[in-house]
Design a protein around this ligand. Structure first.
Ligand SMILES: [Zn+2]
Length: 326
């Protein structure tokens, strides 16, 4: 169960997949390809039966690290429930990710285990790795499923208490809701993903790339920032560009999006036009930014003097699409 693209569409989600233009599935960490079975996951009897079926599968996560198998390739480990005593004995609270055909896929967070325990458990099957490190080396679909598992379990970790009354919450609807245990409150909390805009700013001939101090040496990338309450995505693009480099953009157009569970974002990719001009950095965010021609970017040495963003990022996609338009 480690195939990348070419994974057969099953009837259960063919209709959903058919509604989405193929191009929009292109970014890494997209293309989970599971039927999320919203109606079934509300049915506790059905969910319990799936948890008890030894042939169903479980994705293990420990402290935001995913279980992977390192061989010639790096693959997700889709453990059979029969091989996962943590799920069988009811000690861990599984989250239902969806169905792959008739096979139910769960994710389980083992973060309560000490490191030695987690490594012992993992040793028979693989190793816990940070998806930020191994993701770019994996088949896209494996990366997408691991990102989904990590993102949803991260939300559970961070929402153990009700934000309204402070009481404990419990997982419901197979992990797609957390319900407040205070009967007087009863608030339901739903998984969150934070919208962030990321934009290639260009004047037709040159584009703006910048870098932050915390990035790997030499890495330059597109500008980005979180969407704030009370603004449209286009307004967020214009605000962030102005805040970070002091440029005024026009013609903001949507390109594509990417789930980015590091830890909890959905990246919304745009292209924005801007008149060529000097920049003023907000140095607390941007260490450096400049205009680059296509020829300069295509000659990138990809070393510590200058490199483009990682290949699994939408930033790279935005840059490569702009280069291809030249
Ligand atoms: Zn509450």
């Amino acid at each position: 169960m480690t195939a990348g693209w070419g994974w057969p569409l099953t009837p259960t989600y063919a209709n959903v997949a058919a509604m989405v233009p193929p191009d929009s599935l292109g970014n890494f960490y997209s293309g989970v390809g599971l039927d999320r079975a919203d109606a079934l996951r509300r049915d506790e009897t059905w969910v319990a039966a799936q948890r008890a079926d030894p042939e169903n599968r479980v994705i293990l996560v420990w402290r935001n690290h995913n279980l992977v198998r390192r061989a010639e390739t790096i693959d997700a480990v889709w453990l059979r429930i029969a091989e996962a005593p943590v799920l069988r004995d009811g000690a861990a609270e599984p989250v239902f990710l969806g169905r792959d055909g008739e096979t139910a896929i769960f994710a389980v967070d083992l973060s309560d285990l000490a490191e030695a325990e987690a490594q012992t458990l993992a040793a028979k099957h693989g190793i816990f790795e940070d998806l930020r490190t191994v993701g770019p080396l994996m088949a896209q679909r494996d990366g997408a499923v691991l990102a989904y598992a990590r993102g949803l379990l991260y939300w559970h970790q961070r929402h153990r208490f009700c934000g309204v009354c402070g009481s404990a919450t419990i997982s419901a609807q197979a992990g797609h809701v957390r319900s407040c245990t205070n009967a007087d409150c009863g608030c339901q909390h739903f998984p969150r993903t934070d919208p962030a805009v990321i934009m290639l700013v260009h004047d037709g001939e040159r584009c703006v790339l910048g870098r932050q101090k915390i990035w790997p040496p030499g890495m330059h990338s597109t500008l980005a920032g979180f969407v704030e309450p009370g603004e449209t995505l286009e307004e967020a693009v214009a605000r962030e560009v102005y805040e970070e480099v002091g440029l005024a953009v026009s013609d903001v157009t949507y390109e594509s999006s990417q789930p980015w569970p590091f830890p909890a974002s959905i990246m919304l990719g745009f292209r924005a036009t801007c008149a060529h001009g000097p920049m003023h950095f907000a140095t607390d965010e941007i260490e450096f930014a400049a205009w680059f021609t296509r020829a300069e970017l295509m000659a990138s040495p990809e070393d510590e003097s200058f490199r483009l963003p990682r290949r699994d990022s939408i930033a790279r996609r935005l840059i490569e699409d702009w280069l291809a338009d030249g």
